[in-house]
Write a protein that binds this ligand. Structure first.
Ligand code: NAD
Length: 386
């Protein structure tokens, strides 16, 4: 017999109340992911958009109405300490991540923080330690790691399907700062800006995900446009103190070497977060510009018949099937965030660490910091020394 379910029955699951700080590009993306995840993943807990904070009361109210939050505040500290908030999501500029996370951890919250974790190694280390001391569930928003194709690449590398890995070539190139008229923003803030922090942190997170720790680096940076307009006063120009491009050699703990590039002035490149891992019996290759494909080259078969195979994402690559039942129909950028919040909520409900947590965010942070030190001092730098 068909019967209608009451709201109370539908609400049998415990609720995780979300406090979101920041309602820009990433804030909208987080809100969208929290709104849609419960219908796509069978989770032990249901998220509820609860409180939104932004730079001032009016901005927060407008965004709260648009994104579906019943409450708003112009004071992020009020949100971090609000007794009704369970998970604090931080999508404010990089230089604010640390103090926001400390306040939330002190108030006993789980913390979902955008990348990069912080703006330098000491503050990232303190965030890692505060999270460990609080026993908090944390997650850093390296969402590209949530692509089912990256999980597949990791499985292929770990299983030995391409033999023993021998090299990593990684790049994250876009062109949103290629134009010298692109103004200053928090991304060019000398305290925690630059292409290496903004984009290099992503490709380092990918390198570590696929191949483990990077122990030593040797890099070079370049500022391509040394002056940019002031965003608040476009007639005025201010000098640029951060890198537009960074490249470095990386030595992994396993002994293999790699090259890593971060470039936000790469004309024509919109989302080239790309890598190749070569092994003794094959290779895997990926670019986020074609995020539903993984290229696999098995170095066997008849000579003259070998080539890269294009594997298209589908339900055989979990959790693709949660989002779409048909292969080749393709996932999108926002869906990586949905997968990310599904994993966060699952870990939060189960009292387990999520991945990548603050400990991993710290390791990424000090790898990019080491590359900056290396570029400044023109020498190899051990990551553990920064
Ligand atoms: N994972 C990804 O793919 C990805 C993509 C873009 C940005 N990010 C990260 O997300 C963060 C935000 O980037 P964005 O592109 O969304 O920036 P944005 O400028 O679009 O949004 C930042 C928001 O923070 C708010 N804000 C600033 N100061 C604040 C304060 N004191 N209190 C409360 N709110 C404040 C701003 O008003 C704005 O709404 C950065 O750390 C960035 O590195 C991650």
């Amino acid at each position: 017999m068909k019967r209608d379910h009451t709201m109370a029955e539908k609400r049998a699951k415990p609720v995780a109340r979300i406090g979101l700080i920041g309602a820009g590009f990433m804030g909208k993306c987080h809100a969208n992911a929290f709104r849609s995840v419960a219908g796509l993943f069978d989770l032990p807990v249901e998220p509820e958009l609860h409180l939104l904070a932004d730079i001032d009361e009016a901005a927060a109210r407008r965004s709260a109405d648009a994104l579906g939050f019943p409450r708003s505040t112009g004071d992020w500290r009020q949100l971090a300490g609000d007794p009704e908030v369970d998970i604090v999501a931080i999508t404010a500029p990089n230089a604010l991540h640390a103090e926001m996370a400390f306040a939330a951890l002190e108030a006993g919250k789980a913390v979902y923080c955008e990348k990069p974790l912080s703006v330098d190694t000491p503050s990232a280390r303190a965030m890692r330690d505060a999270a460990a001391a609080a026993g908090a569930c944390t997650l850093v928003g390296f969402a590209y790691l949530k692509n089912p194709m990256l999980k597949l690449a990791r499985e292929i590398v770990a299983s030995g399907e391409i033999g023993e890995a021998t090299s990593f070539r990684g790049i994250h190139a876009e062109d949103y700062m290629a134009d010298p008229a692109s103004p200053h923003s928090f991304r060019t803030d000398p305290a925690g800006g630059g292409a290496l922090f903004d984009l290099g942190s992503h490709v380092v997170s990918v390198a570590r995900y696929l191949l483990g720790p990077i122990v030593s680096v040797n890099g070079a940076t370049a500022t391509i446009h040394s002056w940019r307009p002031d965003a608040g006063d476009p007639g005025a120009r201010r000098p640029v103190e951060v890198d537009d491009r960074a490249v470095f050699l990386a030595e992994f703990e396993s002994g293999i070497t790699g090259t890593i590039e971060a470039n936000w002035a790469a004309a024509g490149r919109k989302m080239q977060l790309a890598f190749e891992v070569a092994g003794t019996r094959g290779s895997v290759a990926f670019t986020q510009e074609r995020m539903n494909e993984l290229l696999l080259y098995p170095a066997d078969g008849a000579r003259g018949r070998r080539g890269f195979t294009r594997i298209e994402a589908g339900p055989d690559h979990p959790p693709y099937g949660n989002l779409c039942p048909a292969p080749g129909h393709q996932l999108g950028y926002n869906e990586l965030k949905v997968i990310e919040v599904a994993e966060l909520l699952d870990a939060f409900a189960g009292g387990r660490p999520a991945h990548p947590d603050f400990a991993e965010g710290f390791e990424v942070q000090r790898t990019v910091d080491a590359a900056l030190v290396s570029a400044r001092e023109r020498r190899w730098v051990d990551v553990a020394s920064v």
